[in-house]
Ligand binder design. Sequence first.
Ligand code: IPM
Ligand code: MG
Length: 357
Amino acid sequence: MRASIVLLPGDGIGPEIVEQARRVLEAVAQRWGHDFGMPEHLVGGASMDATGVPLTDEAFDACRHADAVLLGAVGGPKWDDPCAGHRPEQGLFRLRFGLELYANLRPVRAFPGLEDCSPLKRERADGVDVLIVRELTGGLYFGQPCLRETTPDGLRAVDTLSYTEPEIRRVVRLAFLHASHRRKLVTSVDKANALETSRLWRQVASEVAKDFPDVRLEHQLVDSCAMRLVTHPRSFDVIVTENMFGDILSDEAAVIGGSLGLLPSASLGDSRLGLYEPIHGSAPDIAGQGIANPLGTILSAALLLRHSLGLEKEALAVERAVERAVADGVRTQDLDPSRAVPTQAVGDAVLERLHLT
Ligand code: IPM
Ligand code: MG
C-alpha cells in the first residue's frame, strides 16, 4: 500500500527515538512491499526557534492531509518561561484539537523479561494488560476562559473544566468498543463526589453502557483508582477517563510495565488519521547522548500500522520483534544501567528480529 506518514521529531530525545521508528517503518515497507512517504516537519521548541511558532500552518496542513503522524516529544527548559507568548506544547495541542483526535489510547502491559524493572512486586505486575482511553480534546486543557489577570489581591489564573454530553459519549463509546473485543470490563473514572463535569460523565457513561449489554461498566473515583492501579493492576481491562485524570493515571500505570519509555499511544478521532507518540516527554537531561529508549516510539509506529493503515500483520510483527528484543535482554539505561546499550543498538536489535519473523 501507499501511505504518507508525517514525522514530527520535535525536541529533546525526540529526533533520536523517531529515527529508530523511521528505520522500523522503512523495513516494514520493504519487507511487505509497501511504499511509505515519510516527510519530516518541525513541532514544539524546534519549530519556535526556526519559525517563531510551535507548529506552522504548513506543518499542520501536511499532517491533516497525511494518513498518519508520528511524533517524538515536545518541550524543554529552553522554552519554559511561564510568561512566554508561545509554548512548545501548543503545537501538540493544536494537532490534537485541530485534527479532532478526541481519544488517546494508552495500552499498558507487563513485558515478559522486565519483571524486575517494575516497582511493583512480581505477583502484582505479572500479566497486567490495561487499555487506558484518555479523552484528549476537552476538559482543563482546552476549556475557556483560560487566563491570567491582575486583581487587587495580586495575580489570578483561571483554567476551565468543561465537558459536553457528545464529547463524553463519543470517547466512552470508543472505550466500550475496545472492551467488547477484550475482557469486557470498562472502568469509568471520575471525581463525581466533587465535580459537576464528573457527574455528567458518570450519567453519560451509564447511558452508553446500555448499548453494550455484554460489557460490564463500573464507576470509580480517580483517587481510589490511582490506588487500585498499584494494588490490583490486573483487575482492570479498559479505563476511560477525562483528559487530565488520564494524563496522570497513564504515567502512573506506565511504570508497572517497567519503564515509561516503553509506552506507546495512539490519538484517534472519527477518521483513520491518527497521531502516534510515546507517552514520555522530551527528557532534556539525556537528549543528544544516544541513550534514550526508542521502544515506546517503535511501539507507537506499530499502533500506527494497525489503526491508521489497517496493517495488522505488520503491526503484530513489529510488536513481536520488540518483545523478542526485550526478552533477549536488550536494555536501555532506563531499564538497566548495568548493561545498557545505545538507542541505535536497540533499533538494530528490533530490526534484526523483524527480519526473523
Ligand atoms: C502527555 C504529555 C502532554 C499532556 C504534555 C507534553 C503537554 O504529558 O501526552 O501525556 O499533558 O498531554
Ligand atoms: Mg502526560
